[in-house]
Design a protein around this ligand. Structure first.
Ligand SMILES: Nc1ncnc2c1ncn2[C@@H]1O[C@H](COP(=O)(O)OP(=O)(O)OP(=O)(O)O)[C@@H](O)[C@H]1O
Ligand SMILES: [Mg+2]
Length: 404
C-alpha cells in the first residue's frame, strides 16, 4: 500500500505516526515543508521518499504529486495536522484516492458547519451563532444571553477565545478580536471538560480514550501560574462518562467518519448532561497520544496505522493506569536559571513518573500562550485516580522553574 503522508515530521509527533505506517509494511511518501537540518531523513523516519514542498501552496503540492504519480499510485492520503486536513482532502479528490472528501472534511474544520450538522442530528451543542460584524456579535449576544463565549470559527489552542459576562464585557472584548474575520458566539457551558478520542476503521470505533482536562483549557490558557493537566482516565466506562461516550458515537455517525483518529471535546455539567464542544478528524496534540500509551502500555501510533492499513487494530489494549501530562510554566522571563522541587518529588513518586522533559538551565522560556508545551512537561501514571490527581497537584505546586 502506498500512502502519502502530509507533513511527516512536523509537529514532532507526526514522525511517530509516519514510522508506524512504515512498521505495518506500507510504503510511505512524505510531503512536507521541512528542509535543511529538520528534513525528515528517509528511511530512518519511515519514509521511502520525501518531497519537499510549500504546503501552503496547494498548486505546487499537486504539481509535485502529479510528477510522482507517473511512477507510483497513491492508495491513501493521510494527514493528522489540523491546518492541512483540507489540503489532504483536495489531494484525494485530485487523484481519486478513497478517504475523506472536501465536503466531509469541512464540518471538522468549520465550527459553525460542525454544529449545524450535529444540531440536525439532535446532538446537544451550546446555543450558537456565527458573526462577521460587530452588529452581528451584538445581536447574537442578545439572542443567546450571558455568559457567553466568543471564539474564531476556525480556531485552535484557545486563541482569541473569550468568556463574556455582560454587554459591558463585550465592548471590551470586541476590539481584541477585531482581526478575526468570522467568530462563533456561544452559550457558555459551566462544566468539567473531557475528550472522547477514537481510532476508527470503516465507520467502527476500534479503540477509544477519554481524557479529563484540569482545569478547563480556557482557564489554563488565561492564567500563567496554572499547570494545565490532561489526564487519560483508566476507567472510561464509569457511569458519569456514559453520556459523553454515547454522544461521541452519535457525533461520529452524524459526520460520517470512517477511518482514522478523532479527537472530540465535550462538557459534563454538574447535572450530568453532556454538551458537545468540538471535534477534529485527527489525533489530539500536546503529547496526548503519549498518555494514551502510558495508560495502556499499548502503541496508539501503531494502532492508528493498523486501522489505516489493515482496517483493524492488531494489539490487545487494556487500560491499566490513569496517565497524566502536566505542563510547567516558569516564573519570571528570559532564560531558565533554576529548577526546584524535582528531586524530592522523584524521591516520593519516582516509580510513577514516566517522563520529565523540562527545558534545561540556560534555555530561553517558550511562549506559554503560543504553545501548551510551555517550559516543559512531566508524565505520571498510577492505577488509582485519586493518587494520580494528587501527584498532578504536587507537581503543579512543588515543582517550580525560575527564569531571569
Ligand atoms: N461554549 C463554551 N462554553 C464554555 N467554555 C467554552 C465554550 N467554548 C469554548 N470554551 C472554552 O474555550 C476552550 C477552547 O475552545 P475550543 O475548544 O472551541 O477552541 P480551540 O481553540 O479549538 O481549542 P483547542 O485548545 O482544543 O485547540 C474550551 O476548551 C473551553 O475551555
Ligand atoms: Mg478545543
Amino acid at each position: 500500500m502506498n500512502i502519502v503522508m502530509i507533513s511527516p515530521g512536523y509537529p514532532p509527533e507526526m514522525g511517530y505516526f509516519t514510522r508506524a505506517l512504515a512498521q505495518t509494511g506500507a510504503t510511505v511518501i512524505g510531503v512536507g515543508d521541512q528542509g535543511g537540518d529538520s528534513r525528515p531523513r528517509a528511511p530512518r523516519a519511515g519514509l521511502t521518499h520525501y518531497e519537499r514542498v510549500s504546503l501552503a501552496d496547494e498548486g505546487s503540492v499537486l504539481a509535485a504529486l502529479q510528477g510522482l504519480a507517473r511512477h507510483v499510485s497513491f492508495d491513501r492520503v493521510e494527514c493528522l495536522w489540523e491546518p492541512y486536513m483540507l489540503l489532504a482532502a483536495r489531494i484525494r479528490e485530485a487523484f481519486g484516492v478513497p478517504g475523506m472528501t472536501v465536503e466531509q472534511t469541512i464540518p471538522f474544520r468549520d465550527k459553525e458547519v460542525m454544529k449545524q450538522v450535529l444540531d440536525a442530528a439532535g446532538i446537544r451543542t451550546p446555543r450558537h451563532a456565527k458573526a462577521r460584524t460587530v452588529a452581528e456579535v451584538w445581536e447574537a449576544a442578545e439572542r443567546i444571553g450571558f455568559p457567553l463565549v466568543v471564539k474564531p470559527i476556525a480556531g485552535a489552542g484557545s486563541a482569541d477565545t473569550y468568556r463574556v459576562d455582560s454587554f459591558d464585557d463585550l465592548g471590551h472584548v470586541l476590539p481584541a478580536i477585531r482581526h478575526v474575520r468570522r467568530v462563533s458566539v456561544e452559550e457558555f457551558i459551566e462544566a468539567e471538560e473531557f475528550t472522547y478520542d477514537t481510532i476508527c476503521a470503516g465507520g467502527e470505533v476500534l479503540v477509544d480514550n477519554i481524557s479529563w482536562y484540569r482545569p478547563r483549557p480556557l482557564q489554563g490558557r488565561s492564567h500563567e501560574w496554572i499547570t494545565p493537566v490532561t489526564l487519560a482516565l483508566r476507567d472510561t466506562h464509569q457511569p458519569s462518562l456514559l453520556p459523553g461516550r454515547e454522544m461521541g458515537a452519535k457525533v461520529l455517525s452524524a459526520l460520517g467518519f470512517q477511518t482514522g483518529f478523532t479527537h472530540m471535546e465535550w462538557y459534563l455539567k454538574s447535572d450530568g448532561e453532556a454538551v458537545f464542544g468540538e471535534i477534529g478528524a485527527r489525533a489530539p496534540g500536546a503529547r496526548s497520544v503519549d498518555i494514551m500509551n502510558y495508560a495502556t502500555d499499548a502503541d496508539f501510533f501503531l494502532a492508528w496505522a493498523q486501522a489505516v492499513v489493515h482496517g483493524q487494530v492488531r494489539q490487545q489494549i487494556e487500560r491499566r493506569y490513569n496517565a497524566a501530562t502536566l505542563f510547567k510554566r516558569a516564573q519570571g522571563s528570559g532564560r531558565i536559571t533554576r529548577i526546584e522541587g524535582l528531586e524530592s518529588l522523584l524521591a516520593r513518586y519516582g516509580p510513577h513518573v514516566c517522563v520529565v522533559d523540562l527545558l534545561p538551565i540556560g534555555a530561553h522560556r517558550r511562549d506559554w500562550r503560543a504553545t501548551l508545551l510551555s517550559d516543559g512537561m512531566v508524565i505520571v501514571r498510577h492505577p488509582d485516580l485519586d493518587t494520580t490527581v494528587e501527584m498532578c497537584d504536587r507537581f503543579g505546586t512543588d515543582l517550580q522553574l525560575y527564569a531571569e
